[in-house]
Design a protein around this ligand. Structure first.
Ligand code: C2O
Length: 482
C-alpha cells in the first residue's frame, strides 16, 4: 500500500460517500508514478485510443498463437475459463479478478503498450455493446475470428446486435444501487462452497451481482457469451471489468468481504498463466486489494481500513419444498407465470421489526429475509429466459409490471449445464433472493396481513429467442430470517 497515493486519493475524494461521484481519480501521472494502472470506461475510448489499439493488436497476436496448447493464445485463455471458472459460489469474484489480472498483463506484454489497463464496460450507463466492438474486420468483433466453439456450432458468435440493449431489470441504476446496498458479502457476491466446482456440500448459491447483471448480460449477448468459452468474445473481458469494478466499489462504500478462512486461504492452484507462459496461482486473500494488484478504477474511491465482516444469514425460520416447471408454457411463446406453492406458515411469524422498519434501517442492523432457491434443474435453453420473482401477488400474470409492489428481482441463468461435445451435465445452482425490501413495502402498504410468504416466479423469454426447452424446476425453497 502506498501511503502517498492513498493520501492523495483521500484528499481528492473526501469521504467515502463521495465515491458515488463519477470520475474522481483523474490524476493519471500520479497513479503512473506510483506504478498503478487506471482502468477506464470503454465508452470514453474511440477506435484509435491507444488502449483499444493495443487490445486489438494483442488479440491478433494471440490468434496467431493458435491453434496450439499455449495458454497465452486466445483459445488457451478461453480454455482456462472453461476448465476452472467458479460460478454460483463465493469464488466467483476473486477468481475472475485474478483471471483478469493475468490477462491484463498478457495484453500489456504482447502489445508492448506499457500503460495498458483493461477497460470496463459500464452497461448501466451504456446499455449497448460499444460501437468499437463491431465490424466484420474488427478484431474486437468475434465474427472476424469465428473461433471454433462446440457450444454454438455454426451459430452466430453474438445473438445481440448493435441495437440490443441490456435488460433494465438487470442493469438499471436502481438495480445496481440496490445490489450495492447489500451489506453481507455472500448475498452480494455469492455463497460459500466447498470448492470452485463443488461436488460435496456446501454447494453455494449465487448472490445478487452474479445472478442478476452478470448472468443477464451473458445471456443477452449470447453466442460464445452464453457458454464457458465466453472469453472468446473480446467483450467478455470488459463485462467482467465492470463486475470487478462493482466489487471494488462495494468495498469502497464500506462493505467488508467475508473473513472466513475457508475463503481467504483457498488457492486457485496453477489456474492462470503469466506473460512468460508459466502457470500461476493466487489465493483469495491475494486478490482483495486491487492496488496491490497494480490497478484502480477511475471512479471508485479507496476502501476504508478496518472493515468488519458482516454476519452471514443463518437463522432458518421456515423451509418448504416446491416443484416448478415451465414446460409447455414456454412452447406457446407466451410468457408464463407459475406460483411456487411455498406457503411459509406464520409460525414463527415474520418478526415485528421486519414488518415495520424500512429496508435501510433493517440492513443497517443486519436484519433481512431471504428466499434461497436451490436444487434447481435448469432449463436446457438457459440463456433464452429470465425469471422474475414476486411474493404474495394475488393477481399475478405474465404482464404484471416489475414496478408492482410485489416484485422482488429478476434472475438469469448462466452455464447451468456443461454442454461440451454433446454432453449435457447439470451444474448445482441456487439463487439467493433478498425479500426484505419487498416485504417491508408490502407490510407498509398493508398488503401482507397474513404474515406469510409465497414465492412466485414468472418465466420471461428473452426478446428474439425461441427456446425449444425452457422448462426448469426448483427443488427447494428456504426462507431465511437473518
Ligand atoms: Cu466465468 Cu462471466 O464468466
Amino acid at each position: 500500500m502506498n501511503a502517498t497515493r492513498r493520501d492523495l486519493l483521500t484528499a481528492t475524494t473526501g469521504l467515502i460517500a463521495a465515491s458515488a461521484v463519477a470520475n474522481i481519480i483523474t490524476d493519471v501521472p500520479t497513479a503512473k508514478a506510483q506504478g498503478v494502472h487506471i482502468r477506464r470506461d470503454v465508452a470514453t475510448m474511440t477506435a484509435t485510443d491507444d488502449t483499444i489499439v493495443a487490445y486489438k493488436d494483442a488479440i491478433t497476436k494471440m490468434h496467431s498463437m493458435w491453434p496450439d496448447t499455449d495458454k497465452r493464445s486466445w483459445e488457451g485463455q478461453a480454455h482456462i475459463h472453461q476448465d476452472y471458472c467458479p460460478h454460483s459460489n463465493w469464488f466467483f469474484l476473486p477468481w475472475h479478478r485474478a483471471y483478469l489480472y493475468y490477462f491484463e498483463q498478457l495484453i500489456r506484454e504482447l502489445s508492448g503498450y506499457e500503460e495498458f489497463a483493461l477497460p470496463y464496460w459500464n452497461w448501466t450507463t451504456d446499455t449497448q455493446i460499444p460501437p468499437t466492438f463491431w465490424g466484420a474486420d474488427n478484431p474486437l468483433d468475434p465474427a472476424k475470428w469465428d473461433d471454433p466453439d462446440p457450444n454454438i456450432g455454426s451459430g452466430p458468435t453474438r445473438l445481440a446486435t448493435q441495437m440490443t440493449t441490456m435488460p433494465a431489470t438487470a442493469v438499471a441504476q436502481s438495480v445496481i444501487d440496490d445490489i450495492l446496498s447489500e451489506t453481507d458479502f455472500q448475498q452480494f457476491g455469492s455463497y460459500k462452497a466447498s470448492s470452485q466446482r463443488p461436488v460435496t456440500a456446501p454447494f453455494g448459491s449465487s448472490g445478487e451481482l452474479e445472478q442478476t447483471p452478470h448472468n443477464a448480460v451473458h445471456g443477452e449477448i449470447g453466442g460464445h457469451m452464453g457458454f464457458f468459452l465466453s472469453p472468446l468474445d473480446p467483450i467478455f473481458w470488459m463485462h467482467h471489468g465492470n463486475i470487478d469494478r462493482l466489487w471494488a466499489k462495494w468495498n469502497s462504500l464500506g462493505n467488508a468481504n467475508s473473513d472466513d478462512p475457508d475463503w481467504l486461504n483457498y488457492n486457485f492452484d496453477d489456474n492462470f498463466v503469466d506473460p512468460a507462459g508459466s502457470l500461476q496461482s493466487k489465493t483469495v486473500a491475494e486478490t482483495l486489494d486491487t492496488e496491490q494488484l497494480g490497478y484502480i478504477y477511475d471512479n471508485v474511491g479507496t476502501t476504508p481500513a478496518g472493515l468488519v465482516a458482516s454476519k452471514p444469514p443463518s437463522a432458518l425460520i421456515a423451509q418448504a419444498t416446491a416443484k416448478f416447471s415451465a414446460a409447455n408454457i414456454i412452447d406457446t411463446e407466451v410468457n408464463s407465470v407459475t406460483t411456487l406453492p411455498v406457503t411459509v406458515s406464520a409460525t414463527p411469524a415474520i418478526p415485528a421489526d421486519i414488518k415495520t422498519l424500512d429496508r435501510n434501517l433493517l440492513t443497517a442492523g443486519g436484519r433481512r429475509v431471504l428466499a434461497i432457491l436451490s436444487d434447481i434443474t435448469p432449463p436446457v435453453d438457459d440463456i433464452d429466459i429470465r425469471v422474475r420473482v414476486f411474493i404474495n401477488c394475488s393477481y399475478l400474470t405474465p404482464q404484471t409490471s416489475t414496478n408492482d409492489p410485489h416484485y422482488v428481482t429478476t434472475l438469469a441463468f448462466f452455464v447451468s449445464r456443461h454442454q461440451m461435445g454433446g454432453e449435457s451435465m447439470i451444474r448445482k445452482i441456487a439463487f439467493s433472493v433478498d425479500l426484505t425490501e419487498t416485504l417491508t413495502r408490502l407490510n407498509r402498504l398493508n398488503l401482507n396481513p397474513a404474515g406469510v410468504i409465497d414465492v412466485q416466479l414468472v418465466s420471461v423469454v428473452t426478446e428474439g429467442r425461441n427456446p425449444d426447452d425452457a422448462a426448469f424446476r426448483v427443488g427447494n425453497v428456504e426462507i431465511v430470517y437473518a
